[in-house]
Structure formats: C-alpha cells, structure tokens
Design a protein around this ligand. Structure first.
Ligand SMILES: NC(=O)c1ccc[n+]([C@@H]2O[C@H](COP(=O)([O-])OP(=O)(O)OC[C@H]3O[C@@H](n4cnc5c(N)ncnc54)[C@H](OP(=O)(O)O)[C@@H]3O)[C@@H](O)[C@H]2O)c1
Length: 334
C-alpha cells in the first residue's frame, strides 16, 4: 500500500511517499481503508525523532483516521466491512490502510464528511479527556486554554461552549487569531505575544484564578499557570512546546490545594482508551452529530503533499486542523 515514509529524523523534507505492507488486523482489531487523516503536532515531534510510537505500533506517522472498515478481526462484534468510521490509531494514519482496535472506533455521524471526521478523534478526544474528565470543568466554572487557534484548542473551545455554556472560557492566542478565537466562543482572549496572561486572568477573575488550565507550553508557563490556578484548581499538561523543565513553588501549591496532571493519550492501555472513547461518544458525539460542533478545517492537502502540510503547521499560521486526503475516491464510493 501507499504510505508516508520517513527517510530519517529531521525536517518536513524527510517525509516521502513510498510502499509499506498492508497491515493485518488481530482478533480485536479492524483494518480501515483510509479516506483522510490529519496532522497533529505530535506528528511533527515524532518526525523530529522525539516521540517514538509505543512498542509494537506502526512507525508510520498519523494518530487519527477516517474511512471505511476494510477487514474485521475474528472476535470483533458490531462492525462490518464498509462501515464509515473514525478512530484513534497509535500510529500508521498516513497510509492507505490503518489498524484500529474495534473498541476505539466511532461511527461517522450522517452528514459529516471524511475530511471532518479525520479531525475528530485525536483533537476532540484530547480536549474532552483533559478539560472535562481529568480537569473536571463544571458549568459555571472557569478554564484557561492556551493557543486557541490550534487543533486541540479550537476543539476545546467548542466543547466547553457545548458542554458548559455558562463556564468562563479564557484563551491565549497570537494576534492574528484573536478575533476568530472570540467568534468561536471565548469570553476573553489574551494576546500571549504582548500581554502577561497571568495578570489578565487575575484581573478577569477578580484575583480568584481559574478552575482548570489546559497547557501544552510546559516549562515556560508553569509558574504563571500556578499563579492563576484557583484554590483546588487543576492544571493539565499535555505538551511541552517551550521545554520540559521548570521550578515549582510547592508551598504555594500546597496552600492552594492545587492539582497538576500530566496526560498523554497515545500510549494509554487499549482498555483505558476504550473507556475514554466511550465517554466521548456519550458526551460529545451528539453535538458533532447535530452539527452544533463542527470540526474546523484550515486546509486540505493530498497525501503526496504531506511535507507542505507539516511546513504549514510549523509556521503556525493555521486555524484549526490540517487534513491529509488519502483516498478521495472513497467519498463518492460510499
Ligand atoms: N498529551 C496528549 O495526549 C496530546 C494529544 C494531542 C496533542 N497534544 C499536544 O497539544 C499541543 C497542541 O497540538 P495541536 O495538534 O493542536 O497543535 P497546533 O494545531 O499546532 O496548535 C498549537 C498551538 O499552540 C499555540 N502556541 C504556540 N506558542 C504559544 C505560546 N507561547 N502561548 C500560547 N499558545 C502558543 C499556537 O498558536 P499560534 O500559532 O497562534 O502561535 C497554536 O495555536 C501540542 O503540544 C501537542 O503535542 C497532546
């Protein structure tokens, strides 16, 4: 099958189209004929050599796919060849066929395109898991989301609006994205390039701080995040774009009874991910199905132009998701 291969770790020019063996599903898996996949920032980190796939998983990049079920493992119930599905995959999404655990599949709602469906699993599930299940955001509570124009955080803003319409949603963004982040539903947008976000959040919350913070910046933001995390609040760290190390004031953390949670989705055990997907299906998929939440697509590239798609993400001008179209014929075929 056709797949994106990596010549060696490095820049986008290391990505090339090549051939790989078509993967064979085990008893509890299905193979998916991939219509579309999308670029996630962890793909960039993997391409650079700093985020290897979990043991036994495909070395091919790609964490989420949308397509149709191609082959079904011997013990799989409830799915059949030809079903329109979207799924998390621990690797292997940038290819004509990918393997997923049956318990990680979601049916693509009627009216949702493959391109849109390719944007759901890694991004929306990450946002839902970390803001709601782990962060515990409640309606009427408050949340700080960093980098509101990215894939995960555009999804997070939308889910916050849908699940907790009365929550105060505060978002940091670069200047060109501020207006679009506001239109997406943020109550307050802070220009992280010129403003001190901690001061802005303190002013906005009258010194109380926010209940939940979703952070992927890491080291450079830790001290300020802890400053504006409310008493009993939860900081969930899902990335370390500015570096992995920082100093922490444990006394302040103790007195304010704050929680810090580190979280990754990809390497969790299969059963844990199945429970995460099930909760997502119950709590978020209904909003995707009635289109009150619609994945935001910034650009679509054919798989052959994967290097361009990676360049676009690294330049940071995108708003929402970058899709890779793998098999455009499939859209018309089902
Ligand atoms: N742990 C997990 O399970 C998991 C899963 C998926 C993703 N992630 C992580 O989540 C993060 C987002 O992934 P993604 O796919 O959504 O990437 P993305 O689309 O590239 O989004 C990254 C966002 O970060 C913003 N940003 C950059 N520097 C910033 C700063 N100093 N302050 C505030 N925002 C800043 C960018 O905004 P501008 O372009 O406007 O500067 C951009 O909107 C990545 O770190 C990724 O590794 C973690």
């Amino acid at each position: 099958m056709k797949a994106v291969l990596l010549k060696e770790f490095g820049g986008p020019e290391m990505l090339e189209i090549g051939k790989a063996d078509k993967p064979v599903p085990s008893d509890d898996q299905v193979s998916i004929r991939v219509a579309a996949t999308s670029v996630n920032r962890p793909d960039i980190v993997q391409r650079q050599g700093h985020y290897p796939p979990p043991k036994g998983e495909s070395e091919v990049l790609g964490l989420e796919v949308a397509g149709v079920v191609d082959e079904v493992g011997a013990k799989v119930a409830g799915w059949k060849t030809g079903d329109r599905v979207m799924s998390l995959v621990a690797g292997g999404g940038y290819a004509e066929y990918a393997i997923a655990y049956a318990d990680h599949l979601l049916a693509i709602p009627d009216g949702m395109s493959f391109h849109e469906a390719a944007c759901v699993c890694e991004t929306y599930i990450t946002a839902h898991l970390n803001v709601f299940t782990l962060g515990g955001l409640q309606d009427g509570g408050s949340v700080l989301l960093h980098g509101g124009g990215g894939g995960v955080n555009t999804a997070a803003i939308q889910i916050c609006r849908a699940l907790t319409p009365n929550a105060r949603v505060i978002v940091t963004a670069s200047p060109k994205k501020i207006e679009r982040v506001r239109r997406l539903g943020a109550d307050l947008v802070i220009d992280y390039r010129v403003q001190d976000f901690a001061e802005a959040v303190k002013d906005d919350t009258k010194g109380k701080g926010v209940d939940v913070i979703l952070d992927h910046i890491g080291g450079r933001y830790l001290a300020q995040n802890m400053k504006v995390l409310a008493v009993g609040g939860t900081l969930v760290i899902i990335g370390v774009m500015s570096g992995p190390k920082a100093e922490l004031n444990l006394a302040m953390m103790m007195v304010k009874r704050q929680h810090i949670i580190g979280s990754v989705l990809r390497s969790r055990p299969v059963g844990e991910k199945a429970a995460i997907v099930k909760r997502f299906a119950e709590e978020v998929v209904p909003f995707l199905a009635d289109r009150s939440v619609v994945p935001l697509i910034h650009a679509v590239y054919p798989l052959d132009q994967v290097a361009e798609a990676h360049r676009l993400m690294e330049e940071g001008g995108h708003f929402g998701k970058i899709v890779l179209a793998v098999d455009e014929g499939l859209a018309g075929a089902v």
